[in-house]
Design a binder for this molecule. Structure first.
Ligand SMILES: Nc1ncnc2c1ncn2[C@@H]1O[C@H](COP(=O)(O)OP(=O)(O)OP(=O)(O)O)[C@@H](O)[C@H]1O
Length: 330
């Protein structure tokens, strides 16, 4: 079955000119991945690893100084694969919300603070539904009720709702057109754990019911363990490992993934947790070879010189690591 999203060799750099000299931040550097129909694909990695830049690029929601300098983003919503960056402005606008929808980090970015919630639904979704206004509003109310939200929220202003409620409303807004593909950028990071659990359950239920695909970004590995079907790990602008989530937690092949998993708290385990030495590299001048080598406990001379290729070492399990290629596990 063809994937819904195919990202091939994607490079997206922040390009800034100072007095005629180009400074580039290589935030997304040669990433290849696919997201299938009816799956939740998670993207993990510490702060500044390029997760947000990747999904902005995948959604074609970029503006200078961020530019795509190589590779492709292709979507197949059932009518054949199309290069997202080759779409006309009209085709892109028609695709948004209906086929491709985006749940952002802060719900206030999408809900207009000075208008009632109803107006945000009308502004964003009405013209994609090809319905007269009363039928559209009925459909919105049905969708809210299905998500256990009272229709009265439509009369509220965003500031009158709690953070968790606002995020639920944002998710309702992003899914009212039943999109094929949903991009979610840290949608629950600002919420407390109990509210977070409810919102995650809501995303999971919607995804299952609609059979859509979700690209879900968070640095929180515990969320990935509970929500995602497959997981990609980013480090310093590159994808370093990808596998079904269960396999990845059970047997990580990359030392950076092993570190992320080991740093998760476990009930009854009082052993002290050790952080990694050093910091992630500057993406304006990343180290040669494997970008993780300055912090890697398994680093070998080859790691300092040669970029490890992303290879499928086990069925459905890809990793970019010289040690893993030699059978050395973290
Ligand atoms: N507007 C910008 N101009 C220049 N560099 C930027 C800009 N936005 C982000 N960057 C840089 O791009 C790199 C990747 O950032 P990005 O926000 O994609 O990472 P992230 O993994 O999503 O981090 P976080 O979890 O903190 O959001 C970082 O080095 C960051 O400093």
């Amino acid at each position: 079955m063809t994937p819904v999203l195919s990202v091939r060799g994607l490079r997206a750099y922040y390009q800034m000119r100072y007095f005629g000299t180009l400074r580039e931040v290589r935030a997304v550097d040669d990433i290849t991945l696919e997201v299938r129909r009816d799956e939740i694909y998670g993207l993990a990695g510490e702060s500044s690893s390029g997760k947000s830049t990747l999904i902005k690029t995948v959604a074609r929601a970029i503006r200078p100084p961020l530019n795509v300098v190589g590779g492709e983003v292709r979507f197949d919503f059932g009518q054949g694969e199309r290069n997202l960056y080759a779409l006309s402005a009209e085709d892109l606008a028609a695709t948004r919300w209906r086929n491709l929808s985006y749940i952002m980090q802060g719900s206030m970015n999408v809900l207009n603070p000075v208008r009632r919630i109803r107006q945000s639904f009308i502004d964003f979704a009405l013209h994609h539904m090809a319905l007269p206004l009363p039928a559209f509003l009925q459909q919105v109310e049905d969708h809210l009720a299905h998500l256990s939200l009272r229709p009265a929220v439509l009369d509220s202003f965003p500031h009158e709702l709690s953070g968790g409620m606002r995020q639920r409303v944002t998710i309702a807004l992003a899914t009212v057109c039943r999109p094929d593909f949903i991009i979610a950028d840290e949608p629950t990071t600002a919420l407390d754990v109990v509210v977070q659990k409810g919102v995650l359950a809501m995303i999971r239920r919607l995804q299952r019911e609609m059979g859509s695909s979700v690209l879900f970004v968070t640095h929180d590995m515990a969320v990935h363990a509970n929500l995602t079907d497959r997981l990609g790990i980013m480090y310093a602008g590159r994808l370093v490992e990808e596998a079904p989530t269960r396999a990845l937690f059970h047997r990580p092949l990359h030392p950076y993934t092993a570190h992320l998993i080991r740093s998760l708290p476990r009930i009854g385990d009082d052993a002290p947790r050790h952080g990694l030495e050093g910091r992630p590299p500057s993406l304006a001048s990343p180290p040669p070879g494997c970008r993780f080598h300055p912090r890697c406990p398994l680093a070998m001379p080859v790691c300092r010189e040669v970029v490890p290729p992303m290879e499928e070492l086990e069925a459905g399990h890809r990793v970019a690591c010289h040690a893993a290629r030699q059978g050395i596990l973290p």
